[in-house]
Structure formats: structure tokens, C-alpha cells
Design a protein around this ligand. Sequence first.
Ligand code: SAM
Length: 253
Amino acid sequence: MTPTENSSDSTHFGFREVRREEKAGLVRGVFDSVAGSYDLMNDLMSAGVHRLWKSAMIDWLMPQKGQHLLDVAGGTGDIAFRFLDRVGGEGHVTVLDINHAMLSVGQDRAIDQGRLHGLDWVNGDAQKLPLTDKSVDAYTIAFGIRNVTDIPLALREAYRVLKPGGRFLCLEFSKVEAPLLKQFYDFYSFKLLPEIGGIVAKDKASYQYLVESIRLFPDAENFAEMLREAGFGQVKYRLLSGGIAALHSGWRL
Ligand code: SAM
């Protein structure tokens, strides 16, 4: 059984097995706790590399003026802001996130940066999108999908809301294969990262969960298969930084 295929009434929350109905509340607790220090922690944990990965995502998306992007698990607005910058403000992004605290950090950032147009902020669940069928040109999800309880359901929802010809892009942690890099990465993830989370975010347990959830997420080949099963065509992926992260692309044909 893979980590995404638990028995019908249980699932993983990090390495812990929990009842499926418990997971969303536990994930919400993590992001309630880390929202205030989320951006700073991202920079610290990745030495700023998450910015390059997010730019790579927008490069591959190739946004066009007038497009409507749905950025799911959009949190503090990183993907949305990059998209709008790329289209010179001539587009629209719906930022959807299950967590109020993350959305309000994003909204504050938008105001601070003078971003008054082209954004709407929706509190919602990737598994039950409050959007009509075939209504968006592109769907993005960055470091969000592994937190979702029923990933195949979220992927089917993505497919449903995309217009025919619409693009799906997912940025997520993946699997490091090179032995030396893997050794260093494991040490860094399990020993150092939760300690940094404890000091900076005052929440070691949440960062322990984040590390564990990364390890349980399927490798790029298996996730690509999940995209095909959800109906996507032209499924491709690119490994980033030796497989620490991966970008996944698919189309609603
Ligand atoms: N996309 C942002 C980024 O890359 O910086 C935020 C990523 S953060 C690691 C994960 C986000 O997923 C959190 O904001 C969390 O609230 C959100 N999330 C978790 N489960 C979700 C769900 N079922 N539906 C929508 N958002 C969810």
C-alpha cells in the first residue's frame, strides 16, 4: 500500500496514522501555527531556493494576458503575485486556501505591495472547489497537494474546473536519489529543520510534520500516473535541485 492509499478510514498525518476525518483539522492546526513566520521560514529552510522553484513554475506556465488562474493552497500569495507580474497586471488570480490565517497573511502582503486589482481570496478546500466546471484557464498548486487528505479527488476537481485546453501545474517536494545528496538532505530534514522551526516559528512539531509529509509523498513517476488517472493529458515533469522538488504539468485536452 502506498502512503496515499491507506485503508478507507485512515490516512497519514506525517508518519502518524490518523482517521481520515481528523487530517484536515490537524493540517489546519499546522498552518494556523506557522502562518506568521511562514515566509521567513521558507527563505531560511531553502536558503531562498523556493523562490527559484516558484519562478521555474511560472516560466513553465507561460502566463498570457487575460488569463484566469486558480492558485490552490495559495497561502501567502507567492504564485499569484508572480503570475500577475508576468502578465503586467492584465489577468486574474483566485487564491484559494483552506486556512484563514495563511490567506490573511497573503492579503496583508498584497495591500503592502499595492496590489489592489486582479486578485480574489477564497477560503475553500482543494477537494471541493467552489468554482463552476470549465471556468479557469490554469490551475496551480505549490507545496499544497501533499497536505490534502484525498489527493485523487483534488486532482479530479482540478480537471473539472479547468477549461478544455487549460493547464495544470503542481510544484511539490519529490524524491532525492543521488546517495550523497540524499544523506545530507535526510540529515538536514530530520535533524536540523525541526530545530530551526522550533527556534524561529516556536513550533518544532509542525516542522516535523512538514518533513514527514514530504517523505510520504509519491515520487514523480507515481504522481504523474495519478495525474493521468485524473484525466490529464500530455503529463510531464521536471525534477528540480536533484529531485528535492518536482514540477508536474498536465493539460485538460
Ligand atoms: N502555495 C504556498 C507556497 O508555495 O508558499 C503555500 C504552501 S503551504 C506549504 C501549504 C498550504 O496548503 C497552506 O496554506 C494550507 O493551508 C493549504 N492547504 C492544506 N490543505 C488544503 C486543502 N485541502 N485545500 C486548500 N488548501 C489547503
